[in-house]
Design a binder for this molecule. Sequence first.
Ligand code: PEP
Ligand code: MN
Length: 344
Amino acid sequence: MIIPQKDKLSQEELATVEAIAAEFNCTIRPIVGHGMSVYAIIGDETSQLLFNRIEGLPFVRRVDRIQVPYKVLSKDNSSGKPTLKFNGKELGKDFVVFGGHCAIDPENPNLFIDTAHALKEAGVDALRGGVWKPRTSPYAFQGDAKAIDVLLRAREETGLQIITEVMEYEEVRLCVDSGVDVLQVGARNALNYRLLTQIGLLTKDKDIAVLLKRSIHMGPVDEMILAAEYIAGSGNNNIMLCPRGTAPAMNGYRNHPDESITQLIKERTWAPVVVDPSHAVGKAAYVPKAALAAAAYGADGVIIESHCNPMKGTGDDPKQAVTPQVMAELIPALRAVAEQSRKF
Ligand code: PEP
Ligand code: MN
């Protein structure tokens, strides 16, 4: 939909727009309103170049899309929707909870193993644990590839699927070769389109899911869905979208909590939404209520940093991990809220 700078386009301006549209097999239909006319683009208007060409014209104020720019993830393409199951629960039907350390300390593997068993007992459906960590400071603990063995051991002992973050090609390859169940793309790499494509290619036709976080700097909902489209478009539809808070931070929270975006995501795509309240609020005491809000907003699940002894943790764990005891109380409450929310 083309909105002109003035009340309407002149004959000459209209002819210019029509000529551009024709190059993309589209036509223009003027919609004459009271004191203001707009111009509908008729045809397949998914080409970004078509938009850029028209938006660049000096007599055009704005061009709004009617069609969504993503093909695989579009809600209209329900055949693209995969079935993802964790601990026997189907994402989209049952509320699913992922939990575990921000970072796995390979020098103290038993901490993660203890957490894994305690979280299984608490009702968690899959285990998260950072092997490689994207840290703001280059002097902070960066993770250690050795931790992948700890993660695999936790899966073997608990039978729960495992999730870890990947930041570059070699890490993706190692995880795929080791059979990690879910690859997390973190907030820092959510806009790394080459990495997203590589993940799609390396996990194509494999039983591996991708949890794509929302970047700290992502604004429009479509920006997140289009990032996911890179993964889907290159071969893997097993995608979960993960709002985790954005900038600027709300004074007192680590980021600006964005769990309310879930409703907007669900209007546009079939992709399930798994909210991360831990990185949104950044403090253990705030996490349970933020998680409940996510369930109320219609999330299909949550991913929560949890640790059996947060003070002995690394990475974010000392400040924002909740204990398995908190998880045991929180999980039934989350399921109850999610059930209520589905009624509306
Ligand atoms: C994490 O999950 O520990 C993490 C680093 O997340 P984010 O990318 O959302 O900051
Ligand atoms: Mn973390």
